[in-house]
Design a protein around this ligand. Sequence first.
Ligand code: HEM
Length: 413
Amino acid sequence: MTTLTEAVEKPAHIPDEAVFDFDYHNDPELVANPHKRMRELLDVAPRVFWTPRNGGTWIAIGFEEVFSALRQPEIFSSSIIPREQIEALLALMPDDMPRIPMLKPITIDPPEHGAIRSPLQKAFSPKAAMNQLAEIRSLTDQLIGAVIDQGHCEFISSIAEPLPVTVFLKMMGLPVERLAEFRTLVHEVLIPVFGPYDGPLVLRKVADALADDIAARKDDRRDDILSELWGLEVDGGPMTMDVMEDYAVLLFIAGLDTVINAMGFAVRHLAEHPDLQASLRADPSQIPDAVEEMLRRYSFVVPLRRMAQDAQLGGFGLKAGDRLMLHLAGADLDERKFDRPDEFDITRDLKSHVAFGGGPHRCVGMHLARIELHTLYRQMLSRLPMWRLDPDHPPTYHSGNVIAVDSLNIRWD
Ligand code: HEM
């Protein structure tokens, strides 16, 4: 049973009509059935509302409102702590204090953002992602092979989690022997909802786990992302260890949990829809469209913004300094944008969802994510018989900056 976070007092500038009591971490219906709850919310809550839960925050759930915030970084800033505050804090730190990685470029606003994002965009180009295809196929095959004869599996721990973590290690040029260590780290970083979150220290821990390999690649270049990034310029100058560390930590955070959950929601939907499994088995050429529609139907990321200036959104006046969550799951289920949003329909316009965000911070890893997802669908559908949910162990979820699938038990004959 989840407990709601304590409600805080409403600041004077928030009008009563804007208040809607919703805990985006612990709302019991959200945690029980996340996307059903987001659909209901669109019927009962304003498209943009202020909740006294979670420390007091605005939440945008309508497509138009979310999309417009994503595309106006000068108003809806990704720099959650203003730069002057960060600099003042750093000035107070003792000199021997370990450096805390900055999540770059995701916390940097334009115009600086473009120059910092550019090396990552090169390293994760569509071509670079395609080059991983054979490796991703072979890993997926091994993981499915390990469970196929048992007739059942807990999908998240058996396949959805080891797959992107192993792809990440191999792509980055990190030793795959450290898989177990990295999987433990993934849990520490990504499941803060279950315990107190000592954010910056955990970021340092990830950076420490990666630091030796990052440094080693500077002079010993190989065919991997770390080596490639060392060879690129950043912001008009040579790459630095600090920026490399920032990239590596962000990639770890942004590139693992996301793919795990996209796989979890997809495999659950397919388990509940044998007709869709049959249709994709009969015609695998539909898989890319199915992947795209699944990303819309079950979007799960909740990006965070800080108001850089006073502005209107959804009919309310937000004030400089206010916090705003952009609930992409709500946006992609908004019937003002998507006709019959609950229906899985690969004939709709598949390009207009915001599962990967929008505007300057649109996901850098989306080509890689799509290839991982296409491969998973293809291999699961071609190798496993029709799978279904295990009625004795229903799926479990948690919510926060992503809506996550914690466990998903499936069976087949
Ligand atoms: C299905 C899987 C994925 C989903 C749904 C997803 C979603 C997103 C979203 C919504 C954003 C925008 C956040 C914002 O506006 O604040 C984002 C940014 C980002 N993603 Fe992904 N992501 C996925 C996979 C990946 C992978 C595999 C990688 C890396 C290998 C990755 C790396 C990044 C990075 C570096 C950014 C920051 C881009 C910037 O700030 O310019 N993502 N992602």
